[in-house]
Design a protein around this ligand. Structure first.
Ligand SMILES: N[C@@H](CCC(=O)N[C@@H](CS)C(=O)NCC(=O)O)C(=O)O
Length: 222
């Protein structure tokens, strides 16, 4: 088994599904968490100059959370066997990622992170206020576009009573849990009207290895 080091900020964010994959597979990894104050030091070492990235055997660095998640899912058996199964897992993951990506961009914008060339007084800056609002509207629109589709997709397979792909948990089920955590904290009624997806999140959190992970993971606000 190779050695893995996962680099991300000290939050769940885009790395949480990767941590969950390791835990569901029972594979050890080093969870390297970088504070925002340290970011300028690490930035030049990160491929694509952003996080997360995964280092394998202290030699290979791979960027992009979704590419990493697919790589790990294939290594650990959470990506399906046939081309069609893999395709289904991928498009469901991409749907959750669309929501999460828009959410994260809005979230970081709202908290003033990673801005370049920003003005001294953020609160009075109309430009940032407009950007924040545009990003929020885009995120809300993405939720409205995608959540009904995912609810229907899950319901059309065994009446939504299992995981997306049947009896075995897959990457897309873990995405359903992780990508909706932040959005649901921000808006507890977000998932009203999506009973299949809510029941799936419950199923994921009750998975023996994942429930152990959720109990022992360190708390973070985002
Ligand atoms: N598509 C990339 C996006 C990565 C990304 O935007 N990461 C943010 C943190 S959530 C980041 O590293 N920002 C640092 C910066 O922009 O300087 C992925 O999914 O990995």
């Amino acid at each position: 088994m190779p050695s893995y080091t996962l680099y991300y900020f000290n939050g769940r964010g885009r790395a949480e599904v990767l941590r969950m994959l390791f835990s569901a597979a029972g594979v050890q990894f080093q969870d390297k968490r970088i504070e925002f104050s340290e970011w300028s030091h690490y930035k030049s070492k990160a491929p694509c100059r952003c996080l997360p990235y995964l280092e394998i055997d202290s030699a290979t660095k791979i960027p992009e959370s979704m590419a990493i998640s697919r790589y790990l899912a294939r290594e650990f058996g959470f990506h399906g066997r046939t081309n069609m199964d893999i395709f289904r897992v991928d498009y469901i993951c991409d749907c959750f990622y669309d929501i999460f990506h828009d959410y994260m961009r809005w979230f970081h914008e709202k908290h003033g992170r990673f801005r370049t060339g920003c003005c001294p007084s953020l609160s009075s800056c109309i430009h940032h206020h407009d950007r924040d609002n545009d990003m929020k509207l885009r995120y809300i629109d993405t939720c409205r576009r995608i959540l009904p589709f995912l609810e229907m997709t899950l319901g059309s397979f065994n009446g939504g009573k299992q995981y997306f792909m049947g009896e075995q948990i897959m990457l897309c089920d873990m995405m359903c849990y992780c990508c909706l955590e932040g959005p649901m904290r921000d808006n507890p009624s977000l998932m009203n009207g999506y009973p299949n997806l809510m029941a799936l999140r419950q199923r994921v959190s009750s998975h023996p290895k994942i429930s152990m992970y959720l109990k022992k993971r360190s708390h973070s606000d985002w």
